[in-house]
Design a protein around this ligand. Structure first.
Ligand SMILES: [Zn+2]
Length: 337
């Protein structure tokens, strides 16, 4: 029996907009991202478009900046999320391509950010970092921002090396942006990179900011170094799986009792080969969501093999999980309250 009666919708709903006249109409159907394309073509001001994408001023929300993966023909930005607390964007999680543009559309301010977390260093999760770093120069940011990412592995750089390869003073690709990474510079703010060790078998307490507690778990994205992240704010929490294949129990430990679980749905139930080695099948997402006892599961990181399969994927998840299931769109807001 289908469990699609449990489908939840993001809050708030975007304003009704004309459908785009585009060959990607079906892919874009219902996406808030389509609103941006449509309003741009109609000449609506950026301010008008922006106000439609903001999360409510009060409460705790996870906004999906990018709900796609690495494909360039999926109608979506690559992976990125923003945690909002009472109208302020406090934590950015991942920064795939298109993230920075969605950040602007969301109405978020660099000045409100406390930390940026990276699940792993594939391009669809990290390519926009230099955009944030450069754009900070033109803001009133005057406090440091912590950056957290995983230690390295055979096929992906260590987070500290990754930062150095981009922003290092001598050989960094963007060495002209080194100042905020140099603690001795006179920059009014600094970006402070931190390597998170891949400690399997337990939840990794990463940082307690008082108001925000950040923890992680090492997860299996094939053999690649990757983290799932959890952020607790008061008695609310959100957990983000990142890319992972579901072969370990780490995410279940991390996400136990979380108010909102974001799971990456990059494959369908029939996907074989490298896809299933790297990502979770919908039935496995359902098992994990059930064992975490979360009340809300939102799917993201769609790829063409999982896009536009809401009924099929919803039913496969529903066979193992009886809670609410949502399907992320770019700029959609999901309440933790
Ligand atoms: Zn990915």
């Amino acid at each position: 029996m289908s469990k699609l009666q449990n489908v939840i919708q993001p809050q708030p709903q975007p304003q009704p907009q004309p459908q785009p006249k585009s060959p990607y109409r079906n892919l874009l159907r219902g996406l808030v991202g389509a609103v941006a394309l449509t309003t741009a073509s109609f000449g609506v001001s950026a301010q008008t478009a922006q106000s439609q994408h903001q999360c409510p001023d009060q409460g705790h929300y996870l906004q999906v900046l990018g709900s796609g993966g690495p494909e360039i023909n999926d109608g979506r930005s690559s992976t990125s999320y923003l945690l909002w607390v009472d109208g302020k964007a406090r934590v950015l999680i991942d920064a795939g391509s298109g993230s920075a543009w969605r950040f602007e559309q969301s109405g978020a301010r660099m000045e409100d950010l406390t930390a940026m977390l990276f699940t792993h260093l594939h391009v669809d999760h990290s390519a926009d970092l230099p955009i944030y770093v450069k754009s900070a120069f033109f803001t009133d940011l005057n406090h440091d921002i912590d950056l957290y990412g995983p230690e390295g592995g055979e096929r992906l750089a260590d987070f500290i090396d990754f930062i150095d390869s981009l922003f290092g003073a001598e050989k960094g690709a963007y060495r002209y942006l080194n100042a905020p990474f140099n603690p001795d510079s006179h920059s009014p703010y600094h970006f402070i990179p931190h390597r998170v060790p891949l400690t399997f078998g337990k939840v990794i307490p990463v940082k307690d900011y008082g108001e925000l507690q950040i923890s992680a778990a090492a997860v299996a994205h094939g053999f690649l170094p990757a983290l799932a992240w959890r952020i607790d704010v008061g008695d609310k929490s959100v957990t983000i799986s990142g890319d992972m294949n579901g072969q370990t129990e780490q995410l279940i430990r991390l996400a136990k009792g979380t108010d909102l679980l974001i799971a990456h749905a990059a494959i369908n139930e029939q996907t074989q080969g490298a896809g299933q080695f790297l990502h979770m099948k919908p039935s496995r997402i359902g098992e994990i969501a059930d064992q975490t006892e979360t009340g809300q599961l939102v799917l993201s990181h769609f790829m063409n093999r999982s896009l536009n399969r809401e009924a099929e994927i919803g039913a496969q998840i529903g066979s193992n999980y009886s809670g609410k299931v949502g399907f992320a769109q770019d700029l959609s807001c999901w309440s933790l309250d």
